[in-house]
Design a protein around this ligand. Structure first.
Ligand SMILES: [Zn+2]
Length: 169
């Protein structure tokens, strides 16, 4: 035996229920139970479908965000690679330059290159300090402190370029 539910329904709905039951040769109770079960199931299904749709939408948007972040990371990596290549080319050009003859030793007159001048600071042949070659004649518009600072920075850079070029090849 089932439970009893009293419900007031509009007249047309009651007639439709009777018609429905008669067409299928069901008792009115059986017809009402089946229709209610189907109605409840359909409502539950519709809810779970909309929940699934919401979850799918959230997952799609998360995936789009992940893709966007991945693209940003790829662009960043590409830019970093290009900077690295540019730095490597700059260093190898600087290393190459520093091996060129730049002056003659003021003592033995043998050729000295940029590396001797900026990094070692001495003639490779007679070991004479080469600082005199780097000191320009005094000029009104030359800031000698700035000039010496620039030479120091250049020496560090040439040393770095030589180390990088040597380790690379
Ligand atoms: Zn010398």
């Amino acid at each position: 035996m089932g439970e009893v539910v009293y419900a007031r329904v509009p007249e047309p709905l009651k007639q439709a229920l009777h018609g429905h039951a008669a067409e299928r040769e069901l008792t009115l109770t059986r017809a009402v139970v089946e229709l209610l079960e189907r109605g409840l199931q359909a409502t539950a299904d519709a809810q779970s479908v909309s929940e699934l749709e919401a979850k799918l939408a959230a997952a799609s948007s998360e995936r789009e965000q992940t893709r966007a972040r991945l693209r940003e990371a790829e662009f960043g990596l590409q830019a970093a690679r290009e900077r690295e290549q540019l730095t490597a080319r700059t260093y190898s050009a600087l290393a190459e330059r520093s091996r060129q003859q730049l002056a003659s030793c003021p003592q033995c007159r043998k050729p000295v290159c940029g590396r001797d001048l900026f990094v070692r600071g001495r003639c490779p042949h007679c070991n004479k300090p080469l600082t005199s070659l780097l000191m320009p004649a005094p000029r009104a518009n030359l800031d000698s402190n700035e000039y010496l600072a620039l030479l120091g920075a250049l020496g560090v850079l040439v040393g770095l370029a030589l180390a990088t070029a040597n380790s690379a090849g």
